[in-house]
Design a protein around this ligand. Sequence first.
Ligand code: OSB
Ligand code: MG
Length: 373
Amino acid sequence: MAASGMTIDQIVLREIRLPLVDYFETSFGRTQDRHVLLVEIACQGQTGWGECVAGEGPFYSSETADTAWSILTRFILPTTVKRSFDHPSEFPSWFERIRGHRMAKACVEAALWDLQAQRMNLPVWRLLGGTREKIPCGVSIGIQEDPQTLLKKIKRELEAGYRKVKMKIKPGWDVQIVALVREQLPDIPLMVDANSAYTLEDTERLRELDQFKLLMIEQPLIYDDLADHARLQAQIETPICLDESIRHSRDADHACQLSACQIINVKMGRVGGHTEAKRVHDVAQQYGVPVWCGGMLETGIGRAHNIALSTLENFTLPGDVSASRRYYERDTIRPEVVVTSDGYIQAPQSSGLGYEADRDWIEQLTIRTERFQ
Ligand code: OSB
Ligand code: MG
């Protein structure tokens, strides 16, 4: 039953800071201390939560935690509070005239999905239309100090049950390192993520990766490109998966149309919310292109939303959504996210996100707060 006319009573935006268990390094840089925005929306006695996935610096995307704070506090939250809605999918139309800032928007929409799910006494994943009771999990492993450390980490994750290993690459940490991993682990489900570290001039080098039978190469070329990826895909066997280049479902349509990729990494924050993420999923499905759910080093709130999204039918490949303990000593939710010994996360059965925000911990981590009512 559609719950009707929910009115937003209060919104609390917080910035929390917390360290990762291990630094995470990609071709665009290293992260150790996270700056995370959490949005809490109160609506007729219930509370919904969302997490903004913008990074500390403008390197993965042009958004940062600070730009999101600015856009949210100046342009989004003051006119979100006191609004009424029948369904969270109405949210994108409220702020259509704000260009970009998709990560800022996404966290607010996420909180509305949490609220609506509680309202309807459903898990968020059911409300989204998910069908999977459990989701297959992989891990994303950053660039390491040396190859031995990487091998040790890969082996540890495989022993924990993970069903896919993604390793970050960049010029100077690519063919040689992948060869070493393949030598020792010839049959594991392995993929690489370049985070835009290459150009078409590197085609020969990227073609050398074909011999390793990788599941895919993620975002080899520049972040805003589709056409060059199509050129590259025509010259390499390894399937290309796009991450940064897919900003919305129209990009997904164009990418599939151009054969710029064979797989899509869906991140709810990158595309501006659950509604648009569902559209990307649907477009890809129409083209027979499988998708998987990426990660942005989320704390529990964002992780719980990723789990919900991952239950949609076309999320057929293991994603980057993994256990809380890989990232944070103490997560922002309870219970923490755990992965079974055969590499799955069980979709929660309780209503809403299925995990409780750990308010005491969040309070301790908070460095700034703004309220809207
Ligand atoms: O490119 O997928 C990426 C983390 C931050 C920014 C971009 C990316 C990533 C990851 C880590 O690969 C995924 C995760 O473990 O959350
Ligand atoms: Mg990526």
